[in-house]
Design a protein around this ligand. Structure first.
Ligand code: F6R
Length: 248
């Protein structure tokens, strides 16, 4: 996977935010929507901060932007402080002019019996918009993209999954202890992600260095979902120095 290395996380964030802004502006000129796939977590926070700054100071207009978030814990009340709905409102949507009807996030409050229908509908909605123009990703220490934990198939679609113990441990501090971290999530699949026209996967910090190496330079395997990005011609790794430490 082609890899860009930045000295600092703020330079990385500015670079990625500029790519997003260029896409939005070019779609405005064509008078068509810009379809974005978005992650939560700590990695994209700088990108969201920079996009908010561009909205405030440079009038970057999000009125043509349609968003699809990768995942949400299940079960999870959208109004919970732990939900990715809350995360996205607080860190991005409350501060820019994306239209509420253009925001899509998997719902953690779907009844077990209705989850499959919900997931099929999520896929259909992405298709209806003509697919994702740009998918932004973080990477988990388990190698996951979205919550596609080890064993996820290359052609997997949006579905209910079990979270890996490594993922639940990494989420523990946010939940005041590992016991409170949900065991399940609804996530877009590896196949849903690979259908995006362009993919940018970001990684920050030395704790990500081993998994960045596995995903970017070693064999394509369902043991490391992010390694499937090697099969996508328009995917790029964007990392800081610490996360690049093990790359050859
Ligand atoms: C979040 C998501 C996850 C995270 C990954 C890295 O929506 O899909 O794959 O991107 O767990 O999380 P951080 O950025 O917190 O290290």
């Amino acid at each position: 996977i082609p890899t860009l290395i930045f000295e600092t996380s703020s330079e990385l964030a500015k670079h990625v935010a500029n790519i997003v802004a260029d896409l939005i502006r070019s779609k405005i000129k064509e008078d068509v929507p810009a379809i974005l796939g978005l992650p939560t977590g700590s990695t994209p926070l700088g990108v969201y901060r920079e996009l908010i700054r561009m909205h405030r100071e440079e009038q970057l207009d999000f009125s043509n932007v349609v968003t699809f978030n990768l995942d949400e814990y299940w079960p999870m009340d959208p109004d919970s402080i732990h939900s990715y709905h809350t995360f996205m409102r607080e860190n991005f949507f409350d501060h820019v002019n994306v239209k509420p009807e253009n925001i899509h996030i998997p719902r953690g409050d779907i009844a077990a019996d209705d989850v499959d229908t919900f997931c099929e509908e999520y896929e259909r909605t992405i298709e209806k918009f003509g697919g994702l123009d740009l998918q932004l990703l973080g990477i988990g220490r388990s190698g996951h993209i979205g919550f596609n934990e080890p064993g996820s198939a290359r052609n997997s679609l949006t579905r209910l999954v079990n979270l890996d113990p490594v993922t639940r441990r990494d989420a523990a501090s946010g939940f005041f202890g590992e016991d409170n971290v949900p065991h399940h999530a609804i996530t877009m699949g590896v196949g849903s992600i690979l259908s995006a026209k362009k993919i940018i996967i970001m990684a920050l910090g030395e704790h990500k260095a081993p998994v960045v190496k596995r995903a970017a330079e070693q064999e394509v395997t369902d043991e490391v979902s992010a390694s499937f990005l090697q099969t996508h011609t328009q995917s790029q790794f964007v990392v800081d120095h610490a996360a690049a430490a093990e790359l050859t």
